[in-house]
Design a protein. Structure first.
Length: 456
């Protein structure tokens, strides 16, 4: 199997990545620490002229809107500082602009966004995930950004997932991969080495449980956490980087042995209570808290964890984490590498050029560094250097640079991930996995495959 992310490291994360300078919904795609719905307006002035915008000022007073699940205030103030930085960049050209933020929690946001775009009531600038781009582009909801300067600064997974039918429709904010983060101090104190195989991972989990430590922090009350967790188990079972293409072409099925094997492994962890007894009672916030407080030794999440938990534990001296790819029982592990947050322009925006300029400002290098350094996010745009202090982030960069990888979800409708999450939730509630549950996913794929771009 190829290692496509090696080319991403050399082309997308160009300068000094492995040494500790890098780039990346989550919210991970970095999830907000405490996502809450809000609508807020703010402004700033000054800053540098962003690339791609005209030098002549537009002094007209106007309001421009941005919709996201990823721009609401959170306790650390990182997002607020990022907003202030890109507002400053935007106001070089538009000194009298007012930016209105339409923030909604992640689970509600995407359904709301889809409805707003269909009714032509969406914000001028919208943030969304790669799986939604083909639908929005095909329907004409978002503007073609192929002529913008940033296009020459993205490559690999970021370029693929920002494009549809040969045109670029969004700016990728980050690159993400989900895997296993661990409490480095807890591993050292308990004489635990990073597991290299699936059997070694099971032994680590058993040893931790024997000592009264939850192996994995759980937050499956939030559906997106359940969906994401299942997604971590899939690449190891696919057997080929072309698996999703084969599903699209009808030579593989989503209720076949590959998916059954992934859910069998999850069932094994559930049966042994390695996610804890109350796995469905915690959401994302409590999951992270259990990990930070040492109640759990590991947490399955994306690139954002290392920087986020270290920042949240700053008053207690920080927290040293490590990262490893989920081990496989079939040889070397395989990571899924994706663009996390995408930013696009509503094709029905009141002024498309102003909206494009705001997108550029949101990806201003100085603003991106402010947003990413403490949050542990890795920019998808080449040439943005970040010196990550957190050792877990350096671990992450090393792992993604040396591990086989695929770009998952390119040809999967969003309905499929939701079905996987529901199946996992059933298992956590006490029901034993039945292969027939996957029939729903296979049927949904045949129904919804027209919503995604076909493999070339």
């Amino acid at each position: 199997m190829k290692k496509p992310f090696i080319s991403i490291l050399t082309a997308t994360l160009a300068i000094g990545v492995i040494a500790g300078c890098g780039s990346n919904n989550d919210a991970g795609n970095t999830p907000a620490a405490s996502p809450t719905g809000s609508s807020e307006t703010s402004g700033a002035s000054g800053g540098q002229t962003q690339e791609g915008s005209e030098s002549v000022q537009d002094t007209e007073a106007f309001t421009i809107s941005v919709a996201s699940w990823n721009l609401a205030d959170e306790p650390l103030g990182i997002v607020q500082a990022y907003r202030e930085a890109f507002e400053k960049a935007y106001k070089v050209k538009y000194p009298n602009a007012t930016i209105e933020y339409r923030n909604s929690p992640g689970e509600k946001y995407f359904d709301l966004l889809k409805a707003q775009m269909a009714s032509h009531s969406g914000a001028d600038v919208i943030q969304f995930q790669p799986a939604q781009l083909p639908l929005f582009a095909k329907a004409g909801y978002i503007a073609d950004l192929s002529d913008m300067d940033f296009v020459t600064k993205i490559d690999g997974a970021a370029k693929i997932q920002s494009s549809y039918d040969g045109k670029v429709y969004a700016v990728p904010f980050d690159l993400n991969s989900n895997g296993v983060w661990y409490n480095r101090k807890m591993f050292e104190e308990n004489g635990i080495s990073v597991p290299k195989t699936w059997d070694e991972l099971l032994q680590v989990a058993a040893d931790l449980k024997t000592k009264g430590i939850a192996p994995f922090a759980s937050g499956f009350k939030d559906a997106w956490v359940a969906n994401m967790t299942v997604g971590v188990f899939l690449p190891n079972e696919y057997g080929s980087e072309t698996f999703e293409t084969e599903v699209y072409q009808g030579t593989k099925k989503l209720n076949g042995p590959e998916l059954q094997a992934a859910f069998a492994k999850l069932q094994l962890l559930v049966d042994n209570e390695y996610f804890g007894k109350g796995a469905l009672s915690n959401g994302w916030d409590l999951q992270r808290k259990d990990f930070e407080e040492g109640k759990a030794a590991m947490i399955i999440h994306g690139a954002y964890i290392g920087g986020l938990v270290n920042s949240e534990m700053k008053d207690k001296g920080g927290m040293e984490t490590g990262f490893f790819a989920l081990p496989s029982d079939k040889g070397e592990p395989v990571l899924g590498v994706t663009a996390g947050v995408l930013t696009g322009v509503n094709a029905k925006a009141s002024n498309v050029q102003r909206a494009k300029d705001l997108v550029i400002a949101m990806h201003d290098p100085e603003a991106i560094v402010i947003r990413d350094k403490d949050a542990g996010v890795f920019p998808a745009i080449k040439g943005i250097d970040i010196d990550y202090a957190e050792i877990g982030n350096k671990d992450f960069l090393n792992v993604i640079g040396t591990t086989k990888s695929i770009i998952p979800g390119q040809f999967m409708p969003t309905s499929i991930g939701d079905i996987y999450g529901k199946i996992f939730t059933k298992m956590l509630s006490g029901r034993v996995f039945e292969p027939s549950w996957l029939d729903e996913a296979d049927t949904a794929f045949q129904r919804d495959k027209g919503l995604v771009a076909a493999p070339e």
